[in-house]
Design a protein around this ligand. Sequence first.
Ligand code: TRP
Length: 446
Amino acid sequence: MKIARFSRIGFILAAAGSAVGLGNIWKFPYIAGEYGGGAFVLVYLLTVLLIGFSIMIAEMLIGYLGRRDTVTSFEELAPKSKGLWKFGGFQAMAGLLIMTFYSVVIGWIFNYIITSLSTLPATVEQAEQTFGSMLHTDIGTQLFYHTVAFIWITYVVNKGIKGGIEKMNLVLMPMLMVILGGMFLYAMSLDTFSKALDFMFMPHWEKINANAFVVAVGHAFFTLSLGMGAIMTYSASLEKNSNLVKNAFWVVFLDTLIAIVAGLMLFTFLYQYGSGPAKGPGLVFISLPAAFYEMGILGNIFAVLFFIALAFAGLTSSVSLVEPMVQYFIDRFGWSRLKASISMGLFFYLIGIIALLSNIDGFKDSLTWGDKNFFDWVDFFTAAVMLPLGGLVMAVFVGFVLPEEQVSSVMKSQLTWAYPLWRFSLRYITPVAMVLVILSLVGVLS
Ligand code: TRP
């Protein structure tokens, strides 16, 4: 059995590395932009606080008590009904599904690091054109960088929890924080910083609707890496007597801080040099490069650094998306780590090619169903359906299925006065919110 354990700082950085990802820097600013800023940000922050934080602790607890891969952990903790609860563990599949498009986006980022070294687009139209032609016509470039991402991620996962995942996070996470922190300080010196503050924190309630609520909750799960067993798998390698509440606090805090810092910085640059909070997924690939262009050579430096930070964020998240299934095949089937890493890697790599092709002219039509292509369906289905469902399962499991003495023996001393609140959130607030999300999705879908 594996004995490798995270150090305390190693665990916090690895879990924060999982949480801080493309979700924080690529997705959060553009969905905040789409839903009008302030009010949306408020709903998201409340979700993180009321639901995200409690599920983070619950997910850590399952891993910490179960000590095995996600499927086995559920089985061991509910021996009487393991045939049912083991399905909670198969949620880990969501990680590989997310990886199919995640790896393609990391590929775009690699490409943007290289191209930003020499040229930036002079106008938003030009930036749109560059991004569009990569996305819709350039199979070669996308495939090349998708392959680089696949090799990098598989290499690190193959090195294991200690020698691969912890080590990479100990290096990349501090670098990411330094880069973003430095750029944020520069943004604070610009006079449009206050406009960005306004946009992020002044609520415009008229822009909030049921859809925004669903997106905010789905995003809270996605950005905190909840609901699929990534945090659970890492927690199985925690030292005995770890303080789950303190760990969870640090992860939630760092993730939220970095999303806000990244958002404020991006919006400041976009107000100062560009087109304002432009809409859609193209924000960091279209509006931002054009804004950097206006800054001259400093813009090139910022662009390269920014995309490096974004790549680091993506890579540290990727290993946490792959590790749960790797762990599962090692634990349950006795596979070697090498065999498990390569097999899981190939799985997301090959299906990732379909995601990639589903944006390419000529393939697009046969890979589109309804209003979404393959790429968008995987994104939507995992973030909006699978993760909230996984969260619901975990909340109910810890709230109702695990014997109360087992839960309170670990959590009561750590949570002290907040223990009843946490339990209440798991038993009532979270399940109701999850059911609402899933119901409104059915509405959105039909
Ligand atoms: N949290 C990451 C992000 O914000 C993505 C991610 C990593 C994730 N591991 C996860 C999402 C597990 C859900 C579940 O980009």
